[in-house]
Design a protein around this ligand. Structure first.
Ligand code: 4NP
Length: 153
């Protein structure tokens, strides 16, 4: 099994959207028996919370299943449990290093570094632009799945 974890700051906007999008892609490619998907936040404010209404709205618009998305905080043991730990922006990456006690490791990736786009996914908690989040995550998730297929499958 290949285990993929998306990480943002609050785990209510970007990383749960990425989790739902990536799970949808994995299912569409018939890889759901081979890849697990989860998400977490580096902050602890939204443990046990559902995603932000903006994330739920955009997922609904694109008919992507949003069931089972519950906020949790990134923990040190996630370093061993996951094969790909995918952050949304540079600040997430620094927080991931701190929480995991693990500086720069190939399994810790900033999602848009895999694309030729801008490198950070802007935080829609502050911008309000959940459509931009969807567009960037959608492209990033497709490239991530190709990378995983090349490396692991
Ligand atoms: P996210 O956005 O990291 O994409 O989930 C945020 C959600 C909540 C907060 C910050 C960012 N917050 O400060 O509560």
């Amino acid at each position: 099994m290949i285990n993929v974890l998306f990480v943002c700051l609050g785990n209510i906007c970007r990383s749960p959207m990425a989790e739902a999008l990536f799970r949808d892609l994995v299912k569409k490619e018939g890889l759901d028996g081979q890849i697990t998907v989860d998400s977490a936040g580096t902050g602890d404010w939204h443990i046990g919370s559902p995603p932000h209404e903006g994330t739920l709205k955009v997922l609904k618009e694109y008919k992507i299943n949003a069931e089972g998305l519950v906020g949790r905080q990134l923990a040190k043991k996630d370093f061993e449990a996951f094969d790909y730990i995918v952050g949304m922006d540079e600040s997430n990456i620094q927080n991931i290093y701190n929480i995991l006690g693990q500086p720069a490791h190939p399994k810790i990736i900033r999602l848009l570094d895999l694309t030729d786009k801008q490198k950070d996914v802007p935080d829609p908690y502050y911008t309000g632009d959940f459509q931009e989040t969807y567009d960037l995550l959608s492209e990033g998730c497709q490239v991530l799945l190709e990378k995983i297929k090349e490396e692991q499958l």
